[in-house]
Design a binder for this molecule. Structure first.
Ligand code: 3H9
Length: 725
């Protein structure tokens, strides 16, 4: 049985240990130096030594099991920290070949090896499992299997591109590798990646038994093909061509060709699938080597480390203890409230969802439950599990049940008087130790706290729409927010699977603050006569998921108008006259997608059509202006980057790290550019400064460079020092 080591023993223990008993070798992974098991240089060495012993037939071993003693992870992949040491493609290629070599040795052992997976088996972790003879995974919620390498700008480099399509077929393998999606054990079983699913407590026992059964040939492993797909139809040339051309089209429409890794992955698999595994591995290693040192990969690795660090750090000078969150109450059962309810329930939290009218509470409940049911279906949950999940959300029109809540989130209309009233009502109904979070996007938290009897409990919890999909939560502290409140809000955001950043109270907080001048600039371009589709295309070509004009329609023109006015008032000295386009649109009753009338046309089902030409008349028919794409990108990109730097210099942001995380996860700032601060480091502060000065000379003060940027350029400094993510 698996033994749990105490801390002292763990520190002294090597990352891999092997115990042999009755012909079964149990290889236990538990790297004492790391929070998760990773395939580091050290682990490769240790595993190599163990393989020497097994290859030499030590102790009459007939079968082996690889199991992890780390809670929550089996193997989290290659050590991403070590990627920072790659000086050039040769280093990265050598790392890939070292990983491949080790896994080849596991695959070629004369004895069967069973991967006993409890926790995450990602990237090189899953590749290790693929090199084993048989795979058993637990049904624990922490168990997830996937090849997320493209999200880091690379491709699987330890045999994944060769082994997975030979095991489960081209379409399944490409889908997993191109999206980086992670499967739970049941879905992995269905996909043919694992052979069995068991409860965690019996994992080792079952794995040992099956390993011995494989050795005795009482159990036949499902063998991958030496070349080609196991699905015969996929091996027919026209079918194969179709699969790859469709996959390529899918990648191009999603990435606009800005991410080299998925396109290279397709080439590697297409060329390698009919060759021997060794030849396919060779193609894989070369591609891995070249991709790992691209600027795109470096930026994506930066995004991984910054977002992980933000998740694990509430940004407090002195650490404070977070209260556990078992129950949350939400006031306001609109679209946002319902989304917060669903996301919380999915994380195992009980939810009270309150609205004034029974119909409103019922509608919110329906929205939350539908969202939960949809996700449960995707996870292939059993009926009773779905019921248990949806039953976690309870509607109410009274403040009943609030006293038992650990945190209350108000998500009522953006009206200060209403919010003040609601805060007082919550405080009357809830317990003394409750955290009072507000999902406001425009009202200063300091102002909200003025109505509170316990202002130190008040904090901003700014979710993004749709809550279920958007990964960021912006946590906003005012000067009097207690540290334990910040820690608790941060813990809550993390518990519901979000990436939080903690910022100080200021107009627009961080995310809307940097979005606002960008949106205003897009509206100014429109007034100058640049076509809306040209503006949108320029920015999606730069890497944003949608262009700013489309974004206006999505957020709602009335919402954008309100936010724009707040920002224009707060920064009137340098923002200049706000663009009038948005006012004209709202006056004309155009609110965007929500009422089917915006910059673009919408059909009866809400499907977006082309640009609505009538908009040009509405804004005074400016004469059509052809503007080079690069110029549009420069104006919009730099105005946002510059504003981000200002928020850091003003102390709204605690760190450049949070600024990058907020922009990437809240707005969709192109991840391959790493975020605004990483962008400045990549382009060079001096270059960004000069370009802003040129824009300022042409268009005025709104492009005046942030003082911090001037300092960085003068002192030749970077936001992230070499070696930082
Ligand atoms: C790869 O495998 C390439 C191969 O194909 C080829 C090789 C030749 N490396 O997220 P958490 C750290 S590419 C280094 O808070 P959780 C993380 O930074 C890899 N460090 O825990 C954090 O550090 P800190 C493909 C790693 O329980 C700490 O561990 N694999 C790695 O919420 C805890 O992390 C991936 O992309 C790593 N691979 O989630 C998987 N993984 O405490 C990346 C984690 O200093 N990892 N750390 O802030 C994850 O998705 C999650 O960390 C995981 C655990 C689900 C495993």
């Amino acid at each position: 049985m698996a033994t749990i080591l105490d801390e002292e023993q763990a520190q002294a223990a090597p990352p891999v240990r092997m115990e042999i008993s009755d012909g079964l070798a149990v290889i236990r992974l538990n790297d004492p130096a790391r929070p998760v098991n990773v395939i580091s240089e050290g682990l490769l060495r240790e595993m190599g030594d163990l393989l020497d012993r097994l290859e030499n037939g030590e102790g009459g071993v007939r079968a082996a099991v690889i199991i992890s003693e780390k809670k929550g992870t089996w193997i989290a992949g290659a050590d991403i920290e070590e990627f920072k040491n790659f000086q050039g493609p040769a280093d990265a290629e050598a790392a890939s070949r070292a990983g491949q070599e080790l896994l080849n040795r596991i695959e070629r052992l004369r004895i069967p090896v069973v991967a006993a997976i409890d926790g995450a088996a990602l990237g090189g972790g899953l590749e290790t499992a693929l090199a084993c003879t048989y795979r058993i995974a637990t049904d624990s919620p922490k168990t997830k299997l996937g090849l997320p390498e493209v999200q880091l700008g690379i491709i699987p480099g330890a045999g994944g591109t060769a082994r997975l399509p030979r095991l489960i077929g081209l379409r399944g393998a490409l889908d997993l590798m191109l999206t980086g999606k992670q499967l739970d054990a049941r879905r992995a079983l269905k996909a043919g990646i694992v052979d069995e699913v068991v409860p965690a407590p019996i994992l080792l026992e079952v794995a040992g038994r099956q390993a011995m059964a494989l050795a005795a040939r009482k159990l036949q492993p499902r063998a991958a093909r030496p070349s080609g797909s196991p699905d015969r139809v996929e091996n027919l040339l026209p079918m194969k061509r179709l699969i790859f051309s469709k996959a390529r089209q899918g990648v191009m429409s999603k990435t606009h060709g800005l991410y080299p890794a998925p396109l290279r992955l397709l080439k590697v698999v297409e060329r390698g699938i009919d060759k021997s595994v060794d030849e396919a591995l060779d193609l894989e290693a070369k591609a891995f080597g070249e991709l790992a040192v691209t600027p795109e990969a470096r930026s994506l690795v930066h995004v991984f480390f910054t977002s992980t660090a933000a998740k694990n750090d509430p940004g407090l000078e002195t650490p404070a203890k977070a209260n556990p969150i078992d129950q949350v109450a939400i006031v306001g059962a609109g679209f946002m409230g319902a989304g917060i309810a669903a996301t919380s329930a999915e994380a195992g939290i009980r939810v009270r969802l309150k609205d004034v009218k029974p119909e409103a509470a019922a509608k919110g409940l329906r929205t939350a439950r539908e969202s939960l049911a949809k996700r449960a279906k995707r996870k292939k949950m059993k009926r009773f599990q779905v019921t248990a999940l949806t039953d976690r959300v309870q509607p109410t029109t009274e403040y009943t049940g609030f006293h038992a809540s650990d945190i209350v989130v108000e998500a009522v209309f953006e009206d200060l008087d209403l919010k003040h009233r609601v805060i007082k009502e919550i405080e009357d109904a809830a317990g003394e130790g409750v955290v009072l979070g507000s999902n406001t996007s425009t009202i200063p938290i300091t102002k909200l706290a003025e109505a509170s009897a316990r202002p130190d409990h008040v904090i901003g919890l700014h979710f993004f729409s749709p809550v279920e999909k958007m990964p960021l939560v912006e946590i906003i502290t005012h000067a009097g927010t207690a540290d334990w409140v910040t820690a608790t809000a941060h813990g809550y955001a993390k518990k519901i699977g979000k990436t939080p950043i903690v910022v100080h109270d200021a107009p627009g907080f961080y995310v809307n603050r940097i979005l606002s001048p960008y949106m205003a600039e897009a509206a100014l371009l429109l007034q100058e006569g640049v076509r809306m589709e040209d503006i949108d295309r320029a920015m999606t070509d730069w890497g944003f998921p949608v262009g700013p004009i489309t974004l206006y329609d999505e957020v709602g023109l009335d919402v954008a108008q309100k936010a724009g006015k707040i920002m224009a008032a707060a920064f009137s000295d340098r923002m200049g006259n706000p663009p009038t386009v948005v006012d004209r649109m709202v006056e004309d009753g155009r609110l965007g997608r929500k009422n089917g009338k915006g910059f673009y046309t919408f059909d009866g089902d809400g499907k977006k059509g082309g640009p609505d030409e009538a908009v040009y008349a509405l804004i005074g028919n400016p004469s059509k202006k052809e503007m080079p794409k690069a110029e549009i990108q420069e104006r919009l990109g730099l105005v946002m980057v510059n504003e981000a730097v200002r928020t850091l210099e003003e102390g709204v942001l605690r760190s450049a790290r949070d600024g990058d995380v907020g922009a990437v996860f809240g707005i969709g700032f192109p991840p391959f550019r790493g975020g605004p601060f990483w962008f400045v480091d990549t382009e060079g502060a001096q270059s960004v400064l000069e370009r802003l000065r040129a824009l300022e000379a042409r268009y005025g003060k709104r492009f005046a460079p942030a003082a911090r940027l001037e300092e960085m350029a003068r002192d030749k400094r970077r936001f992230f020092e070499d070696g930082d993510a």
